[in-house]
Design a protein around this ligand. Structure first.
Ligand code: G3P
Length: 217
């Protein structure tokens, strides 16, 4: 399973990269707005440090405007993947961009059928938002499980990015379901490495090591 970081923060991306846990990056307008940086320069810097797909969202709403925006964004770097909202205009744009060889990530996907339509349009990636479904009392992971099944049934090549991940169990369940990718916020990425028994085990070993007689230098 590939892990992407869901962040536009350079410090977080650099730190997670040093752990070897960044196969790609996903951003969205909210994440970019938090950084208070000039967006093109920020995106270019992310592309410079990460060797993998970098998702950047279009804020255009008409298909032809999305295509124009995507063409501009893809000039920044060959790894740019254009995030496109799941709408009829988004599907139009995805068909055109897929034929033009520009990578796309159909976003704000909340049903398996939306995910199927994204694949039929030729999307490179699809992003079901599982945390936001859990927030309203649905089971986000069911969308992932059904999408994995549908893609297998028909041999769709679109890769599933499990998005809106809120905690480590989401990552575990995404891996169990056979999703290709999880895009994980920095705090959750850090939590994936932790276990209380790991922490207490380290503390115990360090204490015991203090009691071992050492040679004088
Ligand atoms: O990048 C898209 C997605 O991961 C957003 O997550 O936490 O805003 O629902 P969230």
């Amino acid at each position: 399973m590939k892990l992407f970081i869901d962040s536009a923060n350079l410090a977080e991306i650099r730190e997670a990269l040093s752990w070897g846990l960044v196969d790609g990056v996903t951003t969205n307008p909210t994440l970019i707005a938090k950084e208070r940086a000039e967006p093109t320069a920020l995106i270019a810097e992310i592309c410079r440090i990460v060797d993998g797909p970098i998702s950047v969202e279009t804020c255009a709403m008409k298909g032809d405007e999305m295509v124009a925006d995507a063409r501009e964004l893809s000039k920044v770097h060959q790894n740019i993947t254009v995030k496109i909202p799941m709408t009829t205009e988004g599907l139009k744009a995805t068909r055109i961009l897929s034929r033009a060889g520009i990578k796309t990530n159909l976003t704000l996907v909340f049903t398996p059928v939306q995910a199927m339509l994204a694949a039929k349009a030729g999307a490179t990636f699809v992003s079901p938002f599982i945390g936001r479904l859990d927030d309203i009392g649905a089971t986000g992971m069911d969308v992932v499980r059904d999408t994995v099944q549908i893609y297998r049934n028909y041999g769709f090549r679109t890769e599933i990015i499990v998005a809106s991940i809120r905690h480590p169990i989401h990552v575990l369940e995404a891996a169990r379901a056979g999703a290709h990718i999880g895009t994980v916020p920095f705090k959750v990425l850090e939590l994936l490495t932790k276990h209380p028994l790991t922490t207490s085990g380290i503390e115990r070993f360090l204490e015991d090591w203090q009691r071992v007689p050492k040679k004088q230098p």
